[in-house]
Write a protein that binds this ligand. Structure first.
Ligand code: SIN
Ligand code: CO
Length: 388
């Protein structure tokens, strides 16, 4: 996909309406909604309805189509054919494409401009398209969201209600009762922040596109069960059950008390440390989404050319790459790498800025970067190639 204008990071000054990120986090984050007029004026025109439809037709894009007709909601998953999208009626639908930041450099830059929140908490940029009257119905989300108005206008209604009962048998989460307490009409470039679990409803007033910057808030259940999977993979416990003191049971079907004790002690003996937890979190939170597959460059340049290019043009992480670190341990797309202290500073810069300016780098570091380049995790040059 081609961008019409040069990639441009949204202006940090306007993003929070002049509010310092620390003040925003203290006063609003997780607490109350905030409307910021003209927070992201340059979002307009970054993605046309035609381009969004094209994304919804792609295999490697997660897209959904929500329809509402005669009081009934329906939900279909993409990819969609051009014919299916052409057949859409004039009203009563909303097309949602997730992970737009993987395909559009501007959306990746937009997501990164929310870096006042740790990257481990950033999820993706979703863009929706709806005709007048369209929307996904009143609902609440389990995570924080910034709703940015692209083209067209949309009325957002919110309610601080404890009643979060959902419509039964609906294929998506629709609130059974919703009584708006406050509403705003968002114009192109305006942004509304909503904390988790705040009931909201967005209705398009004209054909409109909404960009949602969403956050990652794994449930405790998800984290605990993924951690147990992680532990299980590395588990290697010696020994086997034995009962040299076995006595004839009065009930052969009863679970032997000695067995419960002995095996209980084996299970109680499973231990893990903070280091295991850090390693699990680094791998798990840097794991790409299931629909992301990295491919090696079609015609990979040799190591020497790569070194020259990095020295003259710098490099950039692929927009789909997730890179996190803890101390001198780096996690990239689910893989772990411990680096010597001398290489740490540059890799921290790469992880934080998701890019490195042109510079000469030590050979040991270039070897690592070249491997990542061959895995498709990063690209030499100022701008990653568009994923087409
Ligand atoms: C939308 O873009 O229509 C939905 C965004 C949301 O309510 O979270
Ligand atoms: Co929502």
């Amino acid at each position: 996909m081609k961008t019409r204008r040069k990639e441009l990071r949204p202006d940090r000054e306007t993003l929070l309406g002049g509010l310092a990120p620390a003040d925003f986090l203290r006063e609003y984050w997780h607490k109350r909604p905030l409307l910021i007029r003209q927070a992201v004026p340059d979002v307009v025109g970054r993605l046309s309805p035609v381009e969004l439809r094209r994304l919804a037709m792609r295999e490697d894009c997660e897209s959904r189509l929500v329809r509402h007709a005669r009081g009934r909601w329906s939900l279909d998953y993409g990819p969609f054919t051009a014919a299916a999208l052409d057949r859409l009626p004039r009203r009563g639908w909303s097309l949602l494409v997730s992970g737009v930041d993987h395909h559009l450099p501007y959306a990746a830059a937009l997501l990164q401009s929310f870096g006042f929140v740790p990257y481990a908490r950033l999820d993706d940029v979703m863009v929706s398209l709806a005709p007048p009257g369209g929307g996904v119905g009143p609902h609440f989300d389990s995570y924080d969201v910034f709703l940015i108005q692209g083209h067209g206008t949309r009325r957002w209604e919110i309610a601080e209600q404890d009643d979060l009962e959902l419509v039964e048998d609906a294929p998506l989460r629709i609130l059974k009762r919703f009584t708006p307490q406050q509403s705003w009409v968002l114009e192109p470039g305006d942004m509304l922040y909503l904390p988790p679990r705040l009931a909201h409803n967005g209705v398009a007033l004209s054909e409109c596109m909404t960009w949602s910057v969403g956050f990652r808030a794994p449930s405790h259940q998800e984290i605990a069960s993924a951690f147990l999977d992680y532990l299980q993979e590395g588990l290697n416990i010696e020994g086997r059950y034995a009962d040299p003191d076995l006595e004839v049971p009065s009930h052969p079907a009863a679970l032997p008390a000695a067995m419960i004790e002995r095996l209980g002690a084996v299970i109680d003996g499973i231990r893990w440390s903070r280091d295991d937890i850090v390693d699990f979190l680094g791998r798990y939170l840097s794991e790409p989404k299931p629909n992301v597959f990295f491919e090696p460059p079609r015609r990979a340049m040799g190591r020497e050319r790569f070194t020259d290019k990095v020295g003259t043009e710098g490099l950039r992480l692929d927009p789909r790459t997730r890179m996190l670190f803890h101390g001198s341990t780096f996690y990239i797309n689910g893989e772990r790498l411990v680096v010597p202290v001398a290489n740490r500073r540059v890799l921290v810069e790469l992880a934080d800025r998701r890019a490195l300016p042109p510079k000469a780098l030590p050979d040991t570091l270039l070897a690592v970067l070249y491997d990542w380049y061959k895995s498709g995790y990063l690209w030499p040059g100022a701008c990653p190639p568009a994923v087409s």
